[in-house]
Design a protein around this ligand. Structure first.
Ligand code: ZN
Length: 159
């Protein structure tokens, strides 16, 4: 999606046709089709298809916000949802990647697509607090890290 759309013009209690959405923002219908592919919901079983104003507004606001916002520490960027998402039940698996980084994986709470991100091992205290990670994995990851990093983490957790 290029540019930003002023969503304050969208009426929440009105259902829009695709041509109406095009006129509202001065965009081509292919752009609206692209939004459907990216998750914009149509009103069920209507011909011609309609989009409820409230849904359109939320869809665009969320997209425009997520482009600016980086993922929070409890979020991953979901390439299917195209926005930062949390994992299902905040569950995550962790595995060592290098001596100083770890790989976190989980499933998108919205679409169940696999999520992954690389984190600095220095963030482990936060990661262990944020996510529900199997205890065995937590122990394994500590063993795999370089001794100096483990030292640092122990000091951190004693604070
Ligand atoms: Zn997703």
């Amino acid at each position: 999606m290029r540019g930003r759309f002023n969503t304050s013009h969208i009426r929440r209690n009105y259902s829009y046709t695709v041509p109406e959405i095009c006129r509202l923002f001065g965009i081509h219908k292919n752009t609206v089709r692209d939004w459907f592919r990216k998750g914009l919901k149509k009103t069920d079983a209507q011909r011609p298809c309609l989009v409820h104003g409230e849904i359109l507004k939320d869809f665009l606001n969320e997209r425009q916000q997520s482009r600016r916002k980086k993922c929070a520490s409890d979020q991953f960027y979901c390439f299917r949802c195209r926005m930062p998402r949390r994992t299902m039940g905040n569950l995550a698996d962790i595995e060592p990647r290098t001596k100083k980084t770890v790989m976190l994986t989980g499933l998108c709470e919205a679409c169940e697509a696999p999520l992954r991100k690389v984190q600095s091992a220095k963030a482990l205290p936060v990661i262990f607090q944020t996510f529900d990670i199997p205890r065995q994995q937590q122990e394994d990851i500590r063993e795999s890290l370089s001794p100096s990093l483990n030292c640092y983490l122990e000091n951190e957790s004693q604070r």
